[in-house]
Each structure stands twice: as C-alpha cells, then as structure tokens.
Design a protein around this ligand. Structure first.
Ligand SMILES: [Zn+2]
Ligand SMILES: [Zn+2]
Length: 272
C-alpha cells in the first residue's frame, strides 16, 4: 500500500467512524434522549474549546515570547478550528452514552460524594494520581502508535500546523479523538466510580494545558513551574510541531525521558 493510498484510506475511515458513531445512537434504548445529549454536549464542548482558544490566542498575541520567531504567513486558525470542532463532535458521540444513562436515572460511574467514590479523601487522592499516571501513559503510547507508518494518516492533521495556535489544541482526527477520549466510556460502568469534582477538574486542567502547549509563545513562570511538576510546557510541545519526531508526551515528559524520545535525546544522538 502506498503512503498516499494509506492517507486516503485514513480519511475514509475517519468519515465512516463519524457516521457509525452517530448511527450507533439509533441502538440506544431512548434515541431521542441520546441525540439530545449528543447535541448539547457538542455545543458545550465546542463553546469551551473555541472560546478558550480565542482567549488564549489573544493573550499569546499580546504577551509571551514567540518560540518560532515572527509568524511566517497567516496562521491556519480556520483549519485548526474546523479540526478541533470535528474532534469535539467525536467526543460528544462518546459522552452521549454516559449522559443518556445518567438522564435515564440509571447508575453510572460518575459519583458526587467521596463515599460513593469508594472511601475517604485518601482514596480520592490515590485515584487522582493513578488517573494522571494512566492518562499520561495512555496518551504517550497512543501518540507513538500514531507516528508509525501504518497509523500516521490518522495524525497528519495535527502536524499540518507546524507553528500552531491554541485552536490546534484539539485539532485531531476522529480516529485519534476516539483513541484519546475512549476512557469516557468507563463512566457507563457503575462499578468504576469517578469522583466528579476531581474528574472535571482534571479535564479542565488538561484543556488549559493543551491551550498553553499550542499557543506558540512561552511565559517564564509557566516554563519554570510546569517542568517542576513533571508537566510539558509550550516550548517542549512546540518542538513536536516543528520537528515532528520528538517530544511525544501529551501530559508530562516522563515517557519521553524514559524512552529517549525527547528533543534533547535526539540532539545527543546526533552529536554522539
Ligand atoms: Zn500538538
Ligand atoms: Zn505527533
């Protein structure tokens, strides 16, 4: 299979995936409730992602230090926004399942009390760290998989933005969005409790971090603080857009250090 036909195949699979994920709602016991939840979720997610990207972009135009120097040509904001919106539709197709389940009054994995989450604050804190470690490992290895020859067609959209803006934060294909966000399905399992305040807090932090990773500028305080927390920074992820095959971590740089896939490792290899 040639590289071009693999790319076209990926485009067809992305489109088929969106159709299949939408049509799957017809199998829901209450399709009306499912599609209402899907549309509401899509509207809210799109407003958050595009609204947040707009504010972050305006801030990055007025402050911070540009990483790649003066922007060459026009930024690809419209394309970035389109890809991010399409990814949010994919996320809404996933989220509509637990949303409809909760609206039907059935038990779900989303709980609002520490007791229902399986214990006291200590359990919640343990769940927090476990969740962050799992999310980091999941997104790093997913990203490595998408950089293989077979799967790169599903990730090429994100790399068409070599000098990204915050609108590219979620500019990923439906296939990649499904891989990244499929853990949302766990909310359908009552035996897998997720403490809601922490769950939504982590998602909000992940969204905010993604805006910063794609804003194209650095702020001294953020670049100093984030690595201290083992988290990625704008300077770190921007290199993934400009150089492509380094810095795969999407939350932290832990796996990049461990697997020697960071920009610093690539430079050391070159010199050695
Ligand atoms: Zn990126
Ligand atoms: Zn990549």
């Amino acid at each position: 299979m040639t590289r071009l036909s693999r790319m076209r195949g990926a485009d067809w699979i992305n489109t088929g995936l969106l159709v299949a994920m939408t049509a799957a709602g017809l199998l829901h016991p209450d399709p009306g409730l499912f599609f209402a939840g899907l549309l509401q979720c899509f509207a809210v997610l799109t407003a958050i992602v595009l609204g947040g990207a707009y504010v972050s972009h305006k801030l990055s135009q007025r402050s911070g230090t540009r990483i790649q120097g003066p922007r060459r040509g026009r930024s690809m904001i419209l394309q970035e926004a389109y890809e991010s919106t399409r990814a949010m539709y994919t996320v809404a197709c996933i989220s509509a399942w637990p949303i409809a389940q909760i609206q039907m009054g059935d038990p779900s994995g989303l709980v609002w009390t520490t007791e229902a989450a399986g214990g006291g604050m200590l359990t919640i804190v343990a769940q927090f760290f476990f969740g962050v470690i799992l999310a980091d490992a999941w997104t790093y290895w997913k990203h490595r998989l998408l950089h293989t020859q077979l799967f790169f067609g599903f990730h090429k959209q994100h790399h068409s933005f070599r000098d990204p803006t915050p609108f590219a934060g979620f500019a990923i294909s439906p296939f990649e969005a499904l891989l990244t966000f499929c853990p949302i399905f766990l909310l359908c399992i009552p035996g897998a409790p997720h403490y809601a305040p922490m769950y939504f807090g982590l998602i909000a932090a992940f969204v905010g971090l993604n805006f910063y990773l794609h804003c194209g500028v650095t702020y001294r305080l953020a670049e100093w603080l984030l690595p201290k927390l083992l988290l990625n920074s704008s300077a770190h992820h921007n290199l993934h857009h400009s150089k492509a095959n380094v810095n795969f971590g999407e939350v932290s740089f832990f796996w990049d250090r461990l697997c020697k896939t960071s920009w610093a490792d690539a430079q050391a290899k070159k010199l050695g």
